[in-house]
Ligand binder design. Structure first.
Ligand code: BJW
Ligand code: ZN
Length: 255
């Protein structure tokens, strides 16, 4: 199967799932998770920072890293890949966008209500009582590599934490159920820009494949998901997704 065959399958789809990871936003200038610690953050290990233990041990280090990333995500613009996903949703009768990303670039590209499996940089909450907390003003953003003490909860005074899912934490129940259900029902699942290493999210394309859905992958590199994919389109999201839309629906399709 090549891009033309994948486009034919996509054009016939009635129920589509688009499952995205950090590579989806890479061409918007948002570093992928495993590349997120460049420059002054290089000394830290992302896998060690994205844990409740790291936050409890050093809240200012972890909060500073997330506030810096929130600033980067806020300044980023959706790329042609995000816009192509929104076009697919407009063309296929039932489309569910499921993202592991904590940015809001799918929403800003026009995909209404993507399922956020790993939470959001824009929904901080209390680390003790879970009360939603206001977003700090943009002016309070720390510079790269800078620690920043988290604000305190207005209800119980405990430190506020980022509204993301860290290693060892459960995924938001409703979001995970909606994702499994969509994967179970879909006829095509397009997986874009994810390493497929982090569970239980990585189960989503596997559920679709087990149920007989056609899984199409867009990623410049090999991943463990190659095994369940009918086709692996080796290339970047911002290049391959618009090409897929054009091949499926013609040049008139807005991207
Ligand atoms: C491009 C590109 C371009 C580049 N175009 N592509 C089963 C087996 C083994 C371990 C486990 C298991 N089940 C659970 C675990 C433990 C753990 C886990 O999976 N660990 C693995 C590392 C082995 N999972 C958990 O802890 C999860 N929780 C859990 O299981 O809870 C159990 C529980 C139940 C009940 C009560 C309590 C507990 C939680 C996982 C949460 C993950 N959170 C993070 C951080 C979010 C906040 C933040 O961003 O800081 O989510 S980790 C990180 O990984 C982030 C991402 O969403 C996620 C996935 O990464 P992603 O998106 O795939 O990015 P990368 O960087 O890995 O890959 C980028 C890809 O893009 C690459 O392939 C590139 O080639 C490609 N690319 N440019 C297209 N232009
Ligand atoms: Zn509280």
């Amino acid at each position: 199967m090549d891009l033309a065959d994948a486009a034919t399958v996509l054009a016939r789809a009635r129920r589509l799932v688009v499952f995205t990871g950090a590579g989806m936003s890479a061409e918007s200038g948002v570093p992928t998770f495993r590349d997120a610690l460049t420059g002054l953050w290089e000394r830290c290990d992302p896998q060690a920072l994205a844990t409740p233990e790291a936050f409890h041990a050093d809240p200012a280090l972890v909060w500073g890293w997330y506030e810096w990333r929130r600033g980067a995500a806020r300044r980023a613009e959706p790329n042609a890949g995000h816009r192509a996903v929104a076009t697919m949703a407009a063309r296929v009768p039932e489309t569910v966008v499921i993202t592991q990303n904590v940015d809001d670039l799918h929403e800003r590209a026009g995909s209404a209500a993507p399922v956020h499996l790993h939470g959001s940089l824009f929904a901080p909450r209390c680390s003790a009582c879970a009360q939603p907390a206001p977003l700090p003003d943009a002016g309070e953003e720390p510079g790269e590599g800078r620690r920043l003490a988290p604000p305190r909860c207005g209800r119980c005074e405990a430190p506020v934490r980022p509204g993301v899912v860290w290693f060892g934490e459960a995924l938001p129940e409703q979001a995970f159920e909606a994702a499994v259900e969509a994967a179970y029902r879909c006829d095509v699942l397009l997986t874009v820009g994810t390493s497929g290493l982090v569970y239980p999210a990585a189960e989503i394309p596997q559920v679709a494949a087990r149920r007989g859905g056609t899984v199409i992958q867009v990623n410049p590199e090999e991943t463990p998901l190659d095994a369940v994919c009918a086709v692996n389109l080796r290339g970047s999201a911002a290049r391959v997704l618009p090409a897929l839309v054009r091949a499926a629906w013609g040049d008139a399709a807005p991207t």
